[in-house]
Design a protein around this ligand. Structure first.
Ligand SMILES: Nc1ncnc2c1ncn2[C@@H]1O[C@H](COP(=O)(O)OP(=O)(O)OP(=O)(O)O)[C@@H](O)[C@H]1O
Ligand SMILES: [Mg+2]
Length: 309
């Protein structure tokens, strides 16, 4: 699989504060990569280094085959950025902001005009094209900023907390647009501290805490590997005795809840297999069997210690 972002040994310090501490990771082509961490963890600092806004103290960043230290201008032409704070000019209209962005990316007037029209329509802003951005609601402004990031049809998009402060409907609009773009092949690097968002959107997430990258994996695997016990819920047609259950391999605890047994196990695979064999031996049809995973919130809190600075 091709990597569109490769980061090695990236560090940034501000005085006494090590905002980003020797982190290395890569983002694969076509994925939505979530960069998670509590407030002050170093997400924005990382995002700013990746997009060439600030220079790292040490490290190497390669984006779409271009070294950000050697050829930042070429690399910047290939990606779009939705920064933490809106980069739309409040005194310009939505249309003027889009056209200005088109000019920055070197589009011809005709191409910029065509793209701006399209984007305003896709983002439901056509009616507001001639309004100054300072009159926009947060949701409208964020849709415009996203449209601006897409004017040059980038293959890679960086977003820093794109749904921060938005209501449920605007959040869903932005997220479904990101999914749609990703379906069309755009790779997405997104920083967030919203676990639901990361869980539902991201193929893989990296978790940063006080500048250190402490975990990187798919949300599902992270939930698997935090060492928290797995729970299995089983209900059968008949009587499954507690005595038989507690002697199965890998079982830590067995409790009864209504017509189900709730089984805590340290190795879900072994326990499920032995449960199924037990039911077969006892001739008990299985009505339902479910595994209950920890949530990404629990993973995050366990890994980050729940502290924010
Ligand atoms: N320009 C700066 N000057 C001094 N310190 C800075 C600067 N930018 C960031 N920092 C510090 O670096 C650390 C990481 O900040 P950063 O903005 O990257 O965090 P973040 O993960 O984006 O947080 P948030 O969730 O609040 O946006 C913090 O301790 C912050 O105070
Ligand atoms: Mg930030």
């Amino acid at each position: 699989m091709t990597n569109v972002i490769t980061v090695s040994d990236l560090t940034k310090t501000y005085g006494q504060v090590t905002a980003v501490n020797h982190i290395s990771f890569s983002v694969r082509k076509g994925e939505i990569f979530g960069f998670l961490g509590p407030n002050g963890a170093g997400k924005t600092t990382t995002s700013r280094m990746l997009t060439g806004v600030i220079e790292p103290d040490t490290g190497r960043i390669v984006i779409l085959g271009h070294n950000m230290m050697q050829s930042p201008v070429t690399a910047k032409q290939l990606f779009g950025v939705v920064p933490e704070t809106s980069n739309a000019y409040p005194d310009l209209t939505a249309w003027q902001n889009l056209m200005f962005m088109g000019e920055l990316y070197g589009l011809s007037h005709n191409t910029a005009t065509e793209k701006s029209k399209n984007l305003l329509s896709v983002f439901g802003l056509s009616k507001h094209a001639e309004k100054k951005v300072k009159s926009f609601s947060k949701g409208m402004k964020q849709r415009l900023v996203l449209a601006m990031a897409l004017i040059h049809e980038p293959q890679l998009l960086f977003l820093d907390e794109p749904t921060s402060g938005l209501d449920v409907a605007s959040t869903q609009t932005i997220l479904s647009m990101l999914r749609e773009m990703n379906n069309r092949g755009v790779t997405i690097f997104l920083t967030t501290h919203n676990m639901d968002e990361a869980n539902s959107l991201c193929h893989r997430v990296g978790i940063i805490k006080s500048g250190d990258l402490i975990a990187i994996d798919s949300p599902e695997k992270l939930k698997d590997t935090i060492g928290q016990m797995h729970q299995i819920e089983i209900s059968v047609d008949g009587i499954l005795s507690e005595e038989k259950l507690v002697h199965l391999p890998g079982i830590i605890r067995v409790t009864r809840k209504a017509d189900k047994w709730i089984i805590s196990a340290d190795n879900q695979d072994i326990t499920i297999r032995s449960l199924v064999s037990l039911c077969e031996r006892e001739n008990l049809p299985i009505v339902s069997i479910n595994t209950v995973k920890p949530t990404l919130d629990q993973v995050f809190l366990q890994l980050t210690g729940g502290v924010s600075s």
